[in-house]
Ligand binder design. Structure first.
Ligand code: ADP
Ligand code: MG
Length: 211
């Protein structure tokens, strides 16, 4: 199977502190890949380098055939990202949040309504689409963020601790959507977690500790 992500000796230093000390791994097209490690291990730093949010100090990472520092725009077109912290606009409705994302990602006007309908159905938020996000529970916000990350049909979706802070039932629910992504859309999923038990849902996983 073809590798859609290839990471070689990827490092990130903040001053004299090395947060990521040379990660090597690859992810196959269509798999759910887990990046498992305790708090402070360097998971978010790695995901932020892979998604072009921060620049690696050294090393190389290829996403969908594009290099993360020299081909940033191409990488961004190829990916969806769900950050560790909530990045929804709480003063907008679910629908408005999705529409804003369509505009930012240049989803053609004539397909926006259909795409939004499709992703809302997937995460079962259709009946809540006109409600303000600030009225949503933590689980609903996560589902909406997953929906938003899918709007531009990315090849790879990055999820940084998608289930942290959620109750066990909601965690299960979020996992159902993640597994559906693989089944339905054939999307490659790269996710981080510090829950050992979540690794079992992954096709493969890597462990990171202390960078
Ligand atoms: P994880 O996501 O695995 O919990 P992070 O990638 O957020 O870990 O952080 C890894 C390490 O890098 C931590 O020790 C953290 O304090 C440090 N770190 C992260 N971002 C910065 C930054 N901007 N400046 C300095 N240190 C940072
Ligand atoms: Mg983190």
């Amino acid at each position: 199977m073809e590798n859609i992500i290839e990471i070689s000796n990827l490092k990130k230093a903040y001053g004299s502190f090395e947060a990521v000390k040379g990660v090597n791994c690859s992810v196959k097209k269509g798999e759910i890949f887990g990046f498992l490690g305790p708090n402070g291990a360097g998971k978010s730093t790695t995901i932020n380098m892979l998604s072009t949010m921060i620049r690696p100090s050294s090393g190389k990472a290829m996403i969908n055939g594009f290099e993360v520092t020299s081909q940033q725009a191409k990488v961004r077109e190829s990916i969806g990202i769900i950050f560790q912290e909530n990045t929804l606009d709480e003063k907008l409705t679910a629908y408005e949040n999705l529409l804003l994302h369509c505009r930012l990602y240049s989803v053609p006007k004539n397909v926006r309504a259909e795409r939004i309908k499709e992703v809302l159905e997937m995460v079962e938020l259709t009946d809540k689409k006109d409600n303000l996000v600030k009225t949503f529970s933590g689980g609903m916000k996560r589902r909406l963020e997953i929906a938003r990350g899918l709007l531009h049909y990315p090849k790879v979706i990055f999820l940084d601790e998608p289930t942290v802070g959620l109750d066990p039932q909601t965690r299960d629910h979020i996992w159902q959507y993640i597994l559906k992504l693989e089944e339905k859309a054939g999307i490659t999923v790269f996710l981080t977690t510090h829950y050992m038990d979540e690794a079992e849902h992954c096709d493969r996983f890597a462990v990171i500790d202390d960078g």
